[in-house]
Design a protein around this ligand. Structure first.
Ligand SMILES: *[C@@H]1O[C@H](CO)[C@@H](O)[C@H](O)[C@H]1NC(C)=O
Ligand SMILES: *[C@@H]1O[C@H](CO)[C@@H](O)[C@H](O)[C@H]1NC(C)=O
Ligand SMILES: *[C@@H]1O[C@H](CO)[C@@H](O)[C@H](O)[C@H]1NC(C)=O
Ligand SMILES: *[C@@H]1O[C@H](CO)[C@@H](O)[C@H](O)[C@H]1NC(C)=O
Ligand SMILES: *[C@@H]1O[C@H](CO)[C@@H](O)[C@H](O)[C@H]1NC(C)=O
Ligand SMILES: *[C@@H]1O[C@H](CO)[C@@H](O)[C@H](O)[C@H]1NC(C)=O
Ligand SMILES: *[C@@H]1O[C@H](CO)[C@@H](O)[C@H](O)[C@H]1NC(C)=O
Ligand SMILES: *[C@@H]1O[C@H](CO)[C@@H](O)[C@H](O)[C@H]1NC(C)=O
Ligand SMILES: *[C@@H]1O[C@H](CO)[C@@H](O)[C@H](O)[C@H]1NC(C)=O
Ligand SMILES: *[C@@H]1O[C@H](CO)[C@@H](O)[C@H](O)[C@H]1NC(C)=O
Ligand SMILES: *[C@@H]1O[C@H](CO)[C@@H](O)[C@H](O)[C@H]1NC(C)=O
Ligand SMILES: *[C@@H]1O[C@H](CO)[C@@H](O)[C@H](O)[C@H]1NC(C)=O
Length: 581
């Protein structure tokens, strides 16, 4: 205690040297070396993206209000940005790691991210956001623990296990990108990976010999927190564990009303925490399954992720058929009803001592309304593209936030329409004009034939409604104005809509995108620009001194200033000392 207090005082001193430190709160440091390695998750050797030679990458473990410092070394042959999905980056879209806000880290360069995980708790993940790289890996979990003084709404778990699930192709990410550039569909994935590994051989016909599979080791009579993330490309997955219930406890930074599920649909980009009680008699190991949803089962059988849950007193191998997925071919509302059943625990504390529900979103008046409609891919100027409200987004050479800072004109248009365009689709850098401290209602209407998930960076939004058909003003009557979940990634079923509410209190330029990687790559995204007319670092932090320049501002790029790295290196040594003492 005394030591950390001492460190706190020490940090205040150091902070005077560096403009964007938050002195009073502790620091955590990570070094990420991002490089290619060869791996054979599905039995075929291929190039994957590793972090510190690990695939998937290491889990970032932080606590509310920590200052997180990540020195990223780009050893790829392409530029790189790491995006911290669901981390709100309060007051600093400078650290968001997306092409609309940050210049890419060139090959062979270092760049140090530094941000505070302010007022957040929960389960998130990071991934590389450029060049379709997520299809090759580079992802990992990101945990924000509660501060000791804030109670969590369940007993302290006996273990904390991150599980990354996702569809996977044996083609490398450059090959996948080329296919999309050539106007082709990616087709059916080759498998589903669980923590970077292929399926357990539950069936000799469907799974070849020699595949390395994931094993999760547990002890009987305990409770584990499983943090499950769909880091894949475009496949909605049903997650389940043979003979076990999944008690849902948290999603993307909000504690949920705790409910048991035998299986849960996890769409691309979504994160959930489950409490798993090891209450079975360990007569065998148990299957952990992630299988494709809403597809022809007989064709997609081999596209199934299977890992093993092994009790320390296990009496043998998992056997028999996999646990059944939901039997709902004739009931298309099953999955949506399950989504609607995920609600906010309004009495639990989140990152702050007051209950989550003390932010009464249902009694705030909406100030602006956007109806965003996606469509199946279209051809624009001879290219296959995806659209949102008739606009296919084009990333500017100069990131939007940087262009604003240096008053570069003509980089983007602040004219994203509040209703879908009716004319022919177009390619534009068109951005939503968000009003600082406004309360925005966004209706996401999915006119495609596949489930899409939408993610907003910088915020958690309230999911207040979803239904099949076209949204209309009357649909508001069905909104949940009390315990709709606050999260950053929501699914929108085909031929259906999802309504979200956003309190625009975070200044910056924030990405609103589909998480389905192919649709995103082809242009289904935009940004919401939120500006406080009064410039103050109380609502937005100054530009970091290590900012990278590109596009119209590339002439400003000098080689990295040494001082900042020196300060970080110095702090790192101090932190190590303190942890050991
Ligand atoms: C915010 O601005 C004030 C006054 O300009 C300055 O003293 C302070 O150091 C700044 N804080 C940060 C975190 O940059
Ligand atoms: C995260 O770090 C804390 C200590 O700071 C530790 O108690 C906890 O077990 C760690 N969690 C994981 C998942 O490593
Ligand atoms: C790049 O990262 C390496 C490894 O952490 C470090 O030794 C080096 O100082 C860093 N360079 C810069 C310019 O930050
Ligand atoms: C990526 O895939 C393409 C097409 O199969 C192949 O030509 C190329 O060598 C691969 N690159 C690497 C580094 O594996
Ligand atoms: C393995 O899968 C094949 C193809 O779906 C199926 O015909 C066969 O019955 C399965 N074998 C077992 C032992 O379940
Ligand atoms: C969830 O299921 C477990 C058994 O797996 C049971 O002990 C527990 O009471 C259930 N909890 C709720 C909230 O239904
Ligand atoms: C417990 O294990 C035995 C085999 O050892 C099995 O026959 C029995 O069905 C199991 N009971 C439960 C409740 O799982
Ligand atoms: C599913 O695929 C099988 C095998 O290709 C085919 O025979 C069947 O008609 C398909 N079912 C549906 C509902 O499309
Ligand atoms: C909601 O959170 C409270 C903690 O404030 C906890 O006691 C309660 O069990 C939770 N309720 C549900 C249904 O999860
Ligand atoms: C919301 O709007 C209604 C009528 O439009 C008004 O009476 C009410 O005071 C407003 N509430 C808030 C909190 O501004
Ligand atoms: C953007 O919105 C603000 C109000 O928040 C308004 O003053 C401004 O004129 C708008 N800009 C454009 C280009 O519409
Ligand atoms: C797409 O929109 C058209 C025109 O509004 C409508 O007729 C069609 O049913 C929609 N399809 C889906 C899948 O939503």
């Amino acid at each position: 205690m005394a030591l950390s207090k001492f460190l706190g005082l020490f940090l205040i001193h150091i902070a005077l040297l560096s403009s964007s430190c938050f002195a009073a709160d502790p620091f955590v440091f990570y070094d990420f070396e991002v490089s290619y390695i060869t791996a054979s998750p599905l039995g075929v050797p291929q190039q994957v993206i590793a972090i510190n030679n690990k695939f998937p990458g290491p889990t970032i473990n932080s606590t509310t209000n920590n200052n997180v410092v990540i020195n990223v070394r780009n050893k790829l042959d392409e530029s790189l940005l790491l995006h911290w999905s669901g981390i709100q980056q309060r007051r600093s879209s400078w650290q968001d790691g997306l092409p609309g806000t940050n210049c890419p880290i060139p090959p062979k360069w270092n760049w140090t991210y530094q941000f505070q995980v302010k007022d957040q708790i929960g389960s998130f993940f990071y991934f590389p956001s450029l060049h379709f790289q997520r299809a090759a890996g580079g992802f990992g979990g990101f945990i924000i623990n509660n501060r000791d003084i804030i109670p969590i709404p369940f007993g302290s778990p006996d273990g904390d296990i991150t599980i990354l699930i996702g569809d996977w192709y044996t083609r490398n990410h450059t090959a996948l990108r080329k296919a999309l550039d050539a106007g082709k569909d990616l087709g059916m994935p080759d498998g589903v990976l669980i923590n970077g590994k292929g399926p357990y051989q539950y069936n000799d016909t469907l799974v070849p010999d020699g595949i390395d599979y994931e094993t999760i080791d547990v002890h009987p009579g305990k409770t584990y927190r499983l943090r499950v993330h769909n880091v894949g490309i475009s496949t909605s997955l049903n997650f389940r564990i043979q003979s076990h219930n999944l008690l849902l406890a948290e999603t993307e930074g909000s504690y949920t009303v705790q409910q048991n599920y035998t299986s849960l649909d996890i769409h691309v980009g979504q994160s959930y925490s489950f409490l798993l009680t090891t209450d079975q008699n360990a007569s065998s190991d148990y299957y952990i399954v992630a299988s494709a949803r809403f597809v022809n089962e007989s064709q997609w059988k081999r596209v199934t992720g299977v890992a093993i849950l092994r009790y320390s007193n296990s009496k043998g191998k998992a056997a028999g058929p996999l646990p059944d997925p939901p039997q709902d071919e004739y009931d298309k509302t099953f999955s949506m009803n399950q989504a609607r059943s995920i609600r906010w625990n309004v009495s639990a504390s989140g990152a702050r001592p007051n209950p989550q529900g003390s932010f009464r979103y249902g009694s705030i008046n909406v100030t602006e309304i956007f109806v965003l409609k996606n469509k199946p891919p279209v051809t624009i100027d001879g290219k296959r593209r995806t659209t949102l409200s008739g606009i296919s987004f084009v990333n500017p050479a100069t990131p939007i936030r940087l262009a604003d800072q240096f008053k570069v004109k003509g980089v983007y248009k602040l004219d994203f329409p509040s209703r879908p365009l009716t004319g022919p689709p177009k390619m534009e850098t068109s951005v939503i004009n968000g009003t600082f401290r406004g309360f925005m209602e966004v209706i996401l209407q999915n006119n495609d034939t596949k489930v899409q998930t939408y993610h907003l960076s910088g915020y958690a939004f309230f999911v207040v409604g979803m239904d099949y058909g076209e949204w209309s003003e009357n649909s508001r009557g069905t909104y949940n104005k009390w315990d709709g979940i606050a999260r950053s990634t929501t699914q929108v079923y085909p031929g259906a809509w999802t309504a979200i509410l956003i309190s625009l209190d975070n200044v910056g330029v924030w990405n609103l995108r589909t998480e389905n990687l192919d649709s995103w790559y082809l242009g289904q995204e935009t940004y919401i620009r939120v500006v406080n007319p009064e410039v103050t670092n109380k609502t937005e932090l100054p530009m970091p001194d290590n900012v990278l320049y590109c596009g119209a501002l590339s002439k400003r790029q000098k080689y990295a200033k040494k001082s900042r790295f020196y300060v970080n290196g110095y702090l790192r040594k101090m932190a190590v000392k303190t942890n050991n003492g």
